[in-house]
Ligand binder design. Structure first.
Ligand code: PMP
Length: 436
């Protein structure tokens, strides 16, 4: 008889990421236009630029050997220095303003590894993490693995509602649970999944709250700014990190995946020294250093200006895709339909809300009708903690992968699917007023 495998408690808490389902569907159904996968635009990937830089590295035996050797656990020092300059330049500040040096930068295998390592450093089972509702579902899975109790704060057009956060913290203090609150996780630029950005007054309020409620111990903010560099419109907003002058409360996570190329799978964090020391011990356990070759490539990209040029190019490409999605949504879902959606100034996602009684989840008539029409989205409910009042009528639409023409077609298919399962049609008086 086969004996049972004694999986660790952490393994038992770890569920398959739902994204596997979406990737499978996309492969099995070639007619499908997937607005589900959060991949990036394929055409604009910087293949030529990376080839040129890789050739220049390999043309010189000494630089080739340096790049092909193991690197340091914390990351390639010249790259860390450039990352720090880059992050500071985004906020127009100097290292001394934020008590930072290149020692505070850690290069990771994608920003996903940074998020995971921060979880390992801070979270014991039963600890509380506060996130936005909805939130980045892949990290929700990781937090569940750690045994975190995740509490979610609603959002509006200005991002996380920090007044609601304040109420929650007051309540946790009253019930004696404040000491269990380890961190607040926010995707504060063009959030995955909603496309919403945290406003400056809310950023200030958030900082004020962590200072006020860090009584016996610090409550950390994990600022996941993965999409910051993909802004197409409007003025930039300062990072939360730039509001933390002593480098005490904020761990900033960023990535080369979105503004450059995910295939290099390189991200980074900027964080307080005590946290960094512990995080590096865990990184030693994981891999004692991310791909050295990729870091050498990125280092050259940053010094030649190719990194900046690629960002400029991507912003054009994604602006056109975002515009295609918003135009198609406006054409297909008139106000009478009761459908609403966010209008992000950057990033890769639009958050689509059907009338409350139209389910969007797995097994719902809408997702099935969408698959029959040949369109797929991420059901919004995946982005919430499993509580009884989870909204079940929303969807994440990614405009990163499909072409503008495909995006238009995908939205038309979504509209046909929605009408097939009962959404009011433009001008059909019989439906007028029956949905809010
Ligand atoms: N944070 C957010 C909000 C993301 O959407 C992603 C990727 N989808 C990541 C982090 C991780 O990306 P990577 O590991 O490629 O940097």
């Amino acid at each position: 008889m086969t004996k049972s495998l004694p999986l660790s408690q952490r393994a038992q808490r770890t569920e398959e990421q739902p994204i596997s389902y979406f990737i499978r569907e996309a492969f099995e159904n070639p007619r499908l236009i997937s607005l589900a996968a959060g991949l990036v635009d394929a055409e604009s990937l910087p293949t030529e630029e990376v080839r040129t830089v890789a050739e220049s590295i390999f043309a010189d035996p000494a630089s080739a050997r340096a790049a092909m050797q193991y690197g340091a656990t914390q990351g390639y020092a010249p790259l860390r220095a450039k990352i720090l300059d880059h992050v500071l330049a985004l906020d127009s500040v100097h290292a001394k303003d934020l008590n930072l040096s290149a020692d505070d930068v850690v290069v990771t295998t994608g920003s996903q590894q940074l998020l995971y390592l921060v979880g390992e450093v801070l979270i014991d089972p039963g600890d509380i993490v506060i996130t936005e509702a909805p939130s980045y579902f892949v990290y929700q899975g990781a937090l569940a693995s750690f045994g975190a109790r995740t509490l979610q704060i609603p959002m509006d057009d200005e991002g996380m509602q920090t007044d609601a956060l304040e109420e929650l913290l007051v309540q946790l203090e009253r019930t004696g649970e404040l000491a269990r609150v380890k961190m607040i996780y926010t995707v504060d630029y063009f959030q995955n999944p909603t496309g919403l950005t945290l406003s400056l007054p809310r950023r200030r309020h958030l900082m004020e709250l962590v200072r006020r409620f860090s009584k016996k111990q610090r409550i950390m903010i994990l600022e996941d700014a993965a999409y910051r560099e993909l802004r197409f419109d409007g003025p930039d907003v300062p990072s939360i990190k730039s509001l933390d002058p002593q480098n005490e409360y904020v761990i900033l996570g960023m990535t080369f995946s979105k503004p450059f190329a995910p295939g290099l799978k390189t991200g980074y964090g900027v964080m307080p020294p005590e946290l960094r020391e512990s995080l590096l011990r865990f990184k030693g356990n994981h891999d004692f250093g991310s791909s050295n070759l990729n870091q050498h490539i990125l280092d050259r990209m940053m010094s030649t200006g190719a990194y900046q040029r690629q960002g400029d190019r991507l912003r054009q490409v994604y602006r056109a895709k975002r515009d295609a999605m918003l135009a198609a949504l406006a054409a297909e879902f008139p106000p009478i339909s009761g459908v609403t959606w966010t209008k992000p100034d950057g990033g890769l996602y639009v958050w689509w809300s059907a009338p409350r009684d139209m389910q969007t989840g797995f097994g719902s008539p809408l997702i099935q009708a969408g698959l029959d029409e040949g369109v797929l989205y991420i059901p919004g409910e995946l982005c919430y903690e499993k509580t009884p009042d989870v909204p079940t009528h929303e969807a994440r639409l990614c405009f990163g992968v499909a072409t503008p023409a495909q995006i238009g077609e995908a939205i038309r298919r979504l509209a046909r699917a929605a009408r097939a399962v009962g959404l009011p049609r433009l001008g059909m008086k019989a439906f007028a007023g029956c949905r809010g």
